[in-house]
Design a protein around this ligand. Structure first.
Ligand SMILES: Cc1cc2nc3c(=O)[nH]c(=O)nc-3n(C[C@H](O)[C@H](O)[C@H](O)COP(=O)(O)OP(=O)(O)OC[C@H]3O[C@@H](n4cnc5c(N)ncnc54)[C@H](O)[C@@H]3O)c2cc1C
Length: 501
């Protein structure tokens, strides 16, 4: 009977990142992924010869010496990634209902100068805002690694207890500029009443510092991590769904796969949503009832309805920025913005750099937020078998979305060859996130401790990781993986090693 040092449940970014670190540090690692492909939200898939991304589209802090770059350099995979820098003069372009375009530029100075050109009276407020973002970025910076820390978590907690919307409001007075600064809040499923300054700051700051997208899809990051695990003598098993974590005494003894196979390990890491991890425990009595109740009552972020437009090759120029089209006067309100019977509070339009060298795009991805209640009636169905009404629902939404987007980009319509769509239920079925929530557990600045979860459980050899711990996204999920691995190999040892990579 083979006994692993570490068994990791879930082969998304969180699980693979842990697997790559721990196998590099000499542990005998096995990653179990229920799907036939690794990646979770990093998965890319092929349709009609094009590459389409499930989730991750662009990432921050990937420039030489920046924090994500350092993490990936330590794992020896950065140089093999095909990344493309977004437009520095405006990688995010926000279109509010006044019809004007506002740009988020890269680099703090340029960010301030670009927006100050539109809002000259707000220059000082913009500088104040950027100083706050820089303070937050410093908490997870390369300098922290040098000091033997992943982050200054005490300071992080301070920002987790502050409101993003209120802080923006305190920095700048102009209501339009406030909307512009919060205009990318779908990156963290923003909510005026709950979103913390920490979440806003980590994500927005890292993108301002340097934002890139994946050429040929985000799957490459999952594949490179998986290759690294295997070259470090670790293993990955696909189509291997964990159905139970068996507890013996107060320890996790083995995990059971669908089909009955048992896999024994000294330690188990679960990268799943915490409520899903709780549901896997065979003996719930080891964990306090109050903890179960807390995990099961955590709210999740909204999901997305995604429309992929497949364009005739060589017709539509590649757009090197993300476009945010708002259909409301308040960027924080997603319950407004009806358009032809659909909820379209805003849409994010992303041009996929499939054939970047040609200068044309073949895929445009459009995301709109979608509450799980919209697809509730198909909850008990599976992908591909949800019936005609569901297909009609998706068609109605995608046609409305295309109609809306062609108001801004009329050049697209004649070149749309095919349309594919995904609802939160599709995400649920492909990534295993409850209700197809995009980013897992919803954080609330009023009570940050309730949602910022520890990686160590009452069961001493069971650890948590993944997007619901700390912050989601490429950077947030990687930080969580480091925290989890730090528990196993020593945080100071690990951080100094990354710092010297
Ligand atoms: C639409 C969308 C757009 C996004 N855009 C961006 C972006 O532009 N930039 C960015 O930084 N982030 C983005 N994100 C967020 C980012 O993709 C996620 O935060 C991150 O990839 C989550 O990684 P994870 O490992 O925590 O979870 P997941 O990716 O969900 O991985 C969990 C894995 O566990 C597997 N699994 C589930 N149950 C079991 C089981 N019982 N046994 C075995 N395996 C199991 C799943 O199949 C999955 O592979 C986006 C997310 C979405 C949904």
């Amino acid at each position: 009977m083979e006994r692993y040092d570490i068994v990791i449940i879930g082969g998304g970014l969180g699980g693979l990142f842990c697997g790559a670190i721990l196998s590099k540090e000499g542990m005998k690692v096995l990653v179990l992924e229920r799907h036939h492909t690794v990646g979770g939200c990093l998965q890319s898939f092929h349709r009609d010869g094009r590459i389409l991304d499930t989730g991750m589209h662009y990432v921050g802090s990937m420039r030489e010496g920046q924090i994500m770059h350092l993490y990936l350099k330590y794992l020896d995979i950065f140089d093999s990634l095909r990344l493309h820098a977004l437009d520095e003069s405006g990688f995010e372009r926000i279109y509010l209902s006044n019809g004007k375009e506002y740009r988020h530029a890269m680099g703090y100075e340029r960010f301030v100068d670009t927006l100050a050109a539109d809002f000259p009276d707000e220059q000082e407020g913009l500088k104040r805002y950027c100083r706050i973002l820089q303070d937050i970025s410093r908490l997870i910076s390369p300098q922290m690694l040098k000091q033997g820390k992943i982050a200054d978590f005490n300071e992080c907690m301070k920002y987790m207890s502050l409101s993003a919307a209120e802080t923006i409001g305190a920095c700048v007075k102009d209501p339009v500029l406030r909307n512009v600064l919060a205009g990318t809040n779908a990156l963290y499923a923003g909510n005026r009443n709950t979103t913390s300054l920490y979440e806003h700051g980590i994500i927005t700051g890292s993108n301002i510092e340097g934002c890139s997208c994946f050429v040929d899809g985000s799957q490459q990051l999952a594949d490179r991590l998986a290759e690294r695990i295997c070259s470090n003598h670790g293993e990955i098993r696909r189509s291997s769904e964990v159905i139970q974590i068996h507890i013996s005494g107060s320890y996790a003894d083995y995990v059971e796969l669908k089909g009955g196979e048992r896999i024994y390990a000294k330690n188990v890491i679960s990268s799943l949503h915490p409520a899903s991890t709780m549901a896997l425990l065979c003996d719930n009595s080891v964990i306090r009832k109050s903890f179960h109740t807390r995990m099961n009552s955590l709210s999740n972020t909204y999901g997305f309805f995604t429309t992929y437009l497949l364009l005739r090759p060589g017709t539509v120029p590649y757009i090197n920025s993300n476009r945010w089209y708002y259909n409301t006067d308040d960027v924080w309100s997603i319950d407004k913005g009806r358009y032809k019977g659909c909820d379209l509070p805003f849409m994010v339009v992303i041009s996929q750099p499939g054939s970047i060298d040609s200068g044309y795009t073949e895929v445009i991805t459009i995301l709109i937020p979608m509450d799980k209640r919209r697809v509730e009636r198909w909850r008990d169905t599976q992908t591909g078998k949800r019936g005609e009404e569901y297909e009609a629902f998706k068609l109605h939404y995608s046609e409305t979305i295309i109609d809306y987007i062609c108001r801004f980009h009329p050049e697209l319509r004649p070149y749309i060859e095919k349309v594919y769509t995904a609802t939160p239920l599709t995400y649920r079925d492909y990534t295993g996130t409850p209700d197809g929530s995009a980013y897992g557990v919803l954080k609330d600045y009023h009570n940050p401790l309730a949602a910022y979860l520890p990686v160590k459980m009452k069961i001493p050899n069971l650890y948590l990781t993944g997007q619901s711990i700390n912050v989601h996204g490429c950077l947030g999920t990687s930080i969580s993986a480091l925290v989890t691995c730090g528990e196993l190999v020593g945080t100071e040892y690990l951080t100094k090693k990354i710092s010297n990579a």
